[in-house]
Write a protein that binds this ligand. Sequence first.
Ligand code: UGA
Length: 432
Amino acid sequence: MNITIIGTGYVGLVSGACYAKLGHRVVCVDKDPEKIAVLNSGGVPIYEPGLKELAAEGRLAGHLVFTTDLAFAVRSSDIIMIAVGTPPLPSGEANLAYIDQAAIEIAEAMNGYKIVAVKSTVPVGTNERLAKLMRSRTIMRFDSVSLPEFLREGSAIADTLRPDRIIVGAECDGAADLMIRLHEPLTDQIVVTDIRSAEMIKYASNAFLATKISFINEIANICEKVGADVTKVAEGMGYDKRIGPSFLKAGIGYGGSCFPKDTRALIQIAGNVDYEFKLLRSVVEVNQDQRFNVIRKLEAIFGSELPGKTIGVWGLAFKPNTDDVRDSPALEIMRHLVDRGVKAKAYDPIATDNFRAMFGKEGVQWCDKAEEAAQGADALILLTEWDEFAGVDLTRLQRVLKQPILIDGRNLFKEEHLAETDFAYYSVGRPS
Ligand code: UGA
């Protein structure tokens, strides 16, 4: 099949490289000439394990083309996928300006029948609105499809090539059949539904996963007070098939470019039809507060002495295997510490540059090595569970720190790791 994908962010680029891997001819379009130049020279503008190699393979095989020329791409394809960003507006609502613009440009470039599929996360009713917008700009026939995306950063390629399910929202049987044929090699679980339900499935899925995280974080907070171990509680709960084991890791709350944005957007979507989504409001509130779990521990340890202390920080990305720091809990935690007069020394295997660009405050020593961030610190806080940290020699780490205090915001270490050390070890929802 001939496919055009508009937007070369995580969703667009990963999807493009994966469809090319399946043997389709894919044109990836982006407005940013610098991004396209990077892609055409064999690089990728984002960090995602395996993506560079997969994109290069598609490009060299002639299956994957990168261009800024949207009209050329649209004319050369039967299926057009929109995968541009829908970042949050200050109100929490999704900003649909990029997607509207893409739809207008597609309509103006169309030279015959197309399927226009939206992969971006969009509020219910957006596909219908886009179709109207396009009809006002073209006399060519097209069918709209909602094709929400469920890939996770860090495991995006595996998620795309082996998805749990594919959701196809379509009003036209022909368009749905083509989408089934396109995705059949990937999974048997293809759910075909109406467009509005498909749009809702995406928000409901992310909101549900966010709910699981906030739920287990509150259980963890209670565990701390009653002397129970949340990791055991989660394990015990997870064997119940109705609950399932995933997304029950307690920590410092969810971040990233999706859950915070999509939960707020769904609250707004509900609000727009006069429904107050009380449960989801609490999920967001709990998540916001959970970031302060490590700060509360620092306060309990150092009391009024906290200002002036040197605190080592391990991990800045919102989760491991990505350099993405959007809405990373580390941003707020570090800003709070710096505002309190703490001297922070921070290290992340790959996200430091992105973090510095977004952080916007002085008072942090950015380190090139994990040990450097711990050197001479009064305490070390771990905010992202990178494998690199799991493998450190804790006896050596203890010697490097001024005081052997470790606050593990992601429950990375187990009791046996710490057995031979004198660490004062604090984690989330486990006995200290
Ligand atoms: C999330 C969803 O998992 C994807 O299915 C979806 O496609 C994507 O959003 C999106 O809407 O585009 P992603 O944001 O890449 O993917 O990352 P996740 O792996 O879901 O993690 C999100 C956050 O939750 C991270 O900060 C992570 O540390 C946190 N988390 C996750 C927990 O605190 N506990 C858990 O048990 C799981």
